[in-house]
Write a protein that binds this ligand. Structure first.
Ligand code: ADP
Ligand code: MG
Ligand code: MG
Ligand code: MG
Length: 400
């Protein structure tokens, strides 16, 4: 019999007390549920007398989708805690510290990052993050290289892949990113003014072919252990610090899927500047900042990935002349394709982004949405022809 049940605040406090050495023995603990999702509970437990705090995140056994409930494996809580522990080992300081995990209760007790802002909101508020490109390219290069066949023993990798199979969450991704946006699916959700734009997506055979290629690669190309949901809502940030959270979608997939997630969310924010910038001068400047960040992320990621390859590459394949350049070129093309796919789904699919949804004026919102769709579809259609990050940047800048 499983002990699993959703915790209440008093129980979250009781469990937090058991983390040895964290809180003073005497002081009272207070708890608030602060989760914003449909999938998980997030309890913030603090001790006013000592100023100490922590987070208890617990998975729920269902997801709320269009008013219904989908059963969803609680095993994703184990996946999340194990991914955080592995990421901390590979890219130290860039994820919250895990204090304790209980797989039966499907919970992870971790470092409280309330001193940071969720990056999506930080960007909406006009934030500038000078360390972000260096930090996130570090996170991507280290976590992805060292879990690929270039950076780890293949037998160990296969065993690790078994414990990160994550079929339920991969199914959500497959449906919501690679399927529903390209057909008249019930789960799709978009403003009525986008009806004709959505219908064009549903009948675009050239687009469907490229999406099919990206989808098949998502399903079969077990290149490295991905974060799997690396949007700006999964990043806690300050100007000095970056922490990646929420790896419950982690599984072995194509590296470009993670790199593309970051770039897609920066480009969605780029599109949303139709509203968030006060005037044309501010818009141009803000977009230049976002483009500079995207360039630095790719350039930094590629330089670091190549450096890890030279220093740690496994003998079997890493040393073959010419192979590294080919690998990085494919990785860039995947990144561009997944960037596009992740932009399109945020405009017409089930889950949107606040950057764009919160634009109050429907005409301005429509302009931002069409810009995101134009950039996204172009990136999907052209990914296999492109050979440099500057070409992605040109596609964004010439659409704006
Ligand atoms: P979900 O998987 O349900 O999206 P997240 O892990 O993204 O859950 O957390 C949801 C919210 O809870 C975050 O946006 C943040 O506000 C809060 N949160 C999650 N983890 C932490 C943490 N380690 N420190 C502080 N707040 C957190
Ligand atoms: Mg959430
Ligand atoms: Mg989240
Ligand atoms: Mg999540």
């Amino acid at each position: 019999m499983s002990n699993y049940h959703p915790l209440n605040e008093a129980e979250a406090i009781q469990i937090a007390r058991t983390i040895s050495g964290h809180f003073d023995k005497e002081g009272e603990l207070v708890c608030r549920e602060i989760g914003d999702g449909n999938l998980n509970l997030v309890f913030h437990v603090s001790q006013p007398s000592s100023g100490r705090s922590l987070i208890v995140k617990q998975a729920l056994p269902y997801a709320k989708v269009v008013g219904e409930s989908w059963p969803l494996s609680l095993d994703r809580a184990r996946i999340e805690s194990e991914a955080l522990i592995l990421q901390e080992r590979l890219a130290s300081g860039l994820v919250p510290k895990v204090y304790h995990a209980d797989h039966e209760l499907a919970l992870t007790i971790m470092e409280d990052l309330s001193s940071h802002a969720i990056m999506r909101q930080g960007l909406i508020d006009g934030g500038v993050y000078p360390k972000f490109a260096d930090d996130i390219s570090d996170f991507l290069a280290k976590t992805l290289f060292f879990t690929s066949d270039l950076g780890m023993n293949q037998q160990e990798k296969k065993l690790l892949a078994r414990s990160f199979a994550n079929p339920d969450l991969c199914k959500i991704t497959e449906d919501l990113i690679f399927d529903h946006p390209y057909t008249d699916a019930d789960t799709n959700s978009f403003d009525p003014h986008l009806q004709a734009d959505a219908e064009r997506l549903w009948s675009d055979a050239e687009l469907h072919l490229e999406v099919a290629i990206l989808r098949e690669k998502f399903l079969t190309h077990a290149q490295a252990l991905l974060h799997g949901d690396l949007h700006t809502g999964s990043i806690f940030i300050t100007p000095e610090s970056t922490k990646v959270i929420d790896p419950e979608f982690a599984y072995f997939g194509p590296i470009g899927f993670d790199v593309g997630a970051v770039i897609a969310n920066l480009l969605l924010h780029y599109a949303s500047q139709e509203h968030w910038s006060a005037d044309e001068t501010a818009r141009v400047e803000r977009r230049q900042y976002l483009i500079k960040t995207i360039r630095e992320i790719w350039v930094g990621f590629e330089r670091k990935f190549r450096g890890l390859w030279d220093e740690h590459g496994t003998d079997r394949i890493a040393k073959t002349p010419g192979y590294k350049d080919l690998y990085l070129r494919n990785l860039l093309q995947d990144t561009i394709g997944y960037t596009g796919a992740k932009m399109v789904r945020r405009i017409v699919g089930l889950a949107h982004v606040a950057d764009i949804d919160r634009i109050p004026d429907p005409a301005v919102r429509a302009k931002a949405q069409r810009l995101a769709l134009a950039i996204g579809t172009n990136l999907i259609k052209r990914n296999r022809q492109l050979a440099s990050i500057e070409q992605l940047i040109d596609i964004a800048d010439s659409a704006a």
